[in-house]
Design a binder for this molecule. Structure first.
Ligand code: SF4
Ligand code: SF4
Length: 380
């Protein structure tokens, strides 16, 4: 795919040839589930006619796409949390908006509920009172009597009848739609706290840039209200669209750099890092002398990103980009429980050191490497 926005509203097609969109859809296995595409094929005298109904737009995201949709003329997208009073996601007191969907597939993702661009169901065994109402409500028999606390995700149609029947809140929807205007209104409630603490709104995920049009509208709306806007990104986005649509409305970017070696990045993050490194280079160049605060961050993951070799390589890259500050994010194992709650596989990322918090001596060792390479922490 080439980069750019493809906005399509197709209801049938008079051209009796195999539609090239069918080729696009076959490139992405779950295309029809995630993008509300209805596709029918008919074979007329040996010629395939493909009929498509696509609701919303499709954005090329270099291999990953999110639908954009409108409700009553308002742009809407799928979020999984809006968290107020955060002190961990940028300067001051912040409201953090978490977007669904990510183009990477990091083995240790600390927000595994963010990965899928679609809605999911989470189950909390600590809240469940084992009343069985969810099983009774499920017409698909996806909640089996022999395994009452586990949803068979291959049968589940996401009808949410079990959630509505659950009296304890043990079952919850992961993912909800909000318009840009609704999110701006929610953020405005905390404006006095932002103003007093030099805080603002952080766009996080998931990967916010998968929702580029929505995020650009949101960032613009927040700036009109004089709210500081910070983007947290995995760096995998189409740079030209980012630069044109989103960058003008950002005050700060926290940019994750995980693994420098491309082969290891493909193994542990599910994609090449070429685009990420190119984007960082471009953004670092752009940020120089501008008002934009750019902070690279390295999540420390035992045996994967926290190796001396990886830290040295990233530090050298940052110096080449003339960036002098970096943040290290010590490993947090709480993602294991989140994976279980949505029935996701913890996969390969359960190696040594993966089950507990990182020892502070090791974090200190990582910082020593970074500082010896001439870089400083975010606070100097
Ligand atoms: S969402 Fe619907 S299909 Fe899925 S487990 Fe619940 S009741 Fe069953
Ligand atoms: S309805 Fe809720 S509380 Fe009852 S068994 Fe199902 S998940 Fe547990």
């Amino acid at each position: 795919m080439t980069s750019g926005l493809i906005s399509i509203m197709v209801r049938g097609c008079p051209v009796p040839v195999k539609c090239y969109l069918a080729g696009i859809s076959s490139e992405f296995g779950r295309f029809s589930d995630e993008y509300r595409v209805t596709m029918a094929q008919r074979n007329d005298n040996g010629v395939t006619l493909t009929v498509l109904l696509i609701v919303g737009g499709i954005i090329d995201h270099g291999g990953a796409r999110m639908k954009t949709a409108h409700q009553g003329g308002h742009r809407v997208t799928l979020l999984f949390e809006i968290k107020g009073n955060s002190l961990d996601d940028g300067p001051g007191i912040r409201t953090v908006v978490f977007f669904k969907g990510c183009p990477l597939n990091c083995a240790w993702c600390h927000n595994p509920e963010s990965k899928s661009p679609g809605q999911e169901i989470a189950y909390d065994p600590n809240t469940c009172i084992d009343c069985g109402r969810c099983r009774e409500a499920c017409l698909e028999q996806a909640i089996l009597p022999g395994n009452p606390h586990s949803i068979d995700r291959t049968r589940c149609t996401l009808c949410c009848a079990c959630i509505d029947a659950c009296p304890s809140g043990a079952l919850t929807r992961v993912g909800f739609e909000k318009t840009v205007e609704e999110v701006v209104r929610i953020a405005l409630r905390d404006k006095p706290f932002f103003d007093n603490s030099k805080g603002g709104v952080t766009l996080s995920g998931g990967e916010p840039t998968m929702h580029m049009d929505y995020v650009a509208d949101l960032a613009r709306g927040l700036k009109e209200e004089k709210i500081h806007v910070l983007l947290e990104t995995c760096g995998f986005f189409p740079y030209d669209r980012f630069r044109e649509l989103l960058l003008p409305h950002l005050d700060a970017v926290y940019f994750d750099l995980k693994i420098f070696d491309d082969a290891r990045h493909r193994t542990y993050c599910g994609a090449s890092n070429n685009r990420i490194l190119d984007n960082f280079r471009s953004l670092a160049h752009e940020a120089t002398g501008s008002g934009l605060a750019l902070l690279p961050r390295i999540p420390l993951v035992p045996g994967i990103t926290d190796t001396d070799d990886n830290l040295h390589s990233i530090a050298a890259f940052l110096q080449e980009c003339r960036v002098s500050k970096v943040d290290l994010l010590p490993y947090n194992p709480l993602w294991h429980d989140k994976c279980r709650s949505i029935g996701a596989d913890t996969g390969m990322a359960v190696g040594p050191g993966m089950n507990g918090f990182m020892h502070r001596d090791h974090v200190r060792h990582c910082w020593d490497i970074i500082r010896r390479c001439g870089l400083a922490g975010k606070d100097g």
